[in-house]
Design a protein around this ligand. Sequence first.
Ligand code: UDP
Length: 245
Amino acid sequence: MSKQVATILGVPFSTRGFRETVAYMVERIESGQKTHVVTANPEIVMMAREHQGFRSIVEQAYVVPDGIGIVYAAKWTNQPIHERVTGVELVEALMAEAGKHEWRVYLLGAKPEVIRLAADKLAARYPKARLVGYHDGFFKEDEDEQIVQEIAEARPHLLFVALGAPRQEHWMARHRERLNASLMMGVGGSFDVIAGKVKRAPEFWQKLHLEWFYRLASEPSRWKRQLAIPRFVATVLKEKWSSRS
Ligand code: UDP
């Protein structure tokens, strides 16, 4: 069996492929083990490198490679990550499992009309999954308590949180003991995609490994954040070469 962890700039990534990852998550949920999943791209890795508090959250989570930059970095450092495991695809696959196992699911985050639409679409697509609640992501800190309580009472098998990174990871880590969720995962812009408000790059772009470029072209305001990508590449290569000399 190949090693199950690849370390990219200090962040421990799962080396499981997509289907293996889903199977592993199902097994953990069915056996009652709690899991915090972080879908990490180069931007998240750079954030973890630069912020100690965020790094310790990521180090304790189950981190999956969301972003072609991570797959390349693994290749350059001879580590066995072979494919991307994206948040939006995990949501769909886990919802399908939720249908099979009749799991309870709670959705938190995104704008009110987006989360409503995403919940409707997921409920229609996976009628056997038990959607036990949802809440938008534009609440103030003093509403935390009420939302945490609502989730805790719902005891979801799946809790998807879309507040943007790193806020979603901090939020889950802060409340994890009380949330009563089996698997919780930050899903970034996934509800916008599911609701049909934001389009993923067409498969053609994904196959060329240019989804990040498509996203940059369609949302140019992201360029500042995407500067993390060249910084990430430069840091990975620098570490690789300095470890050789
Ligand atoms: N979002 C939210 N509350 C906030 C800020 C953002 O619910 O205070 C939602 C936003 O509507 C979107 C999601 O978080 O659905 C992800 O935002 P973004 O694309 O900025 O994050 P990323 O994809 O980089 O994690």
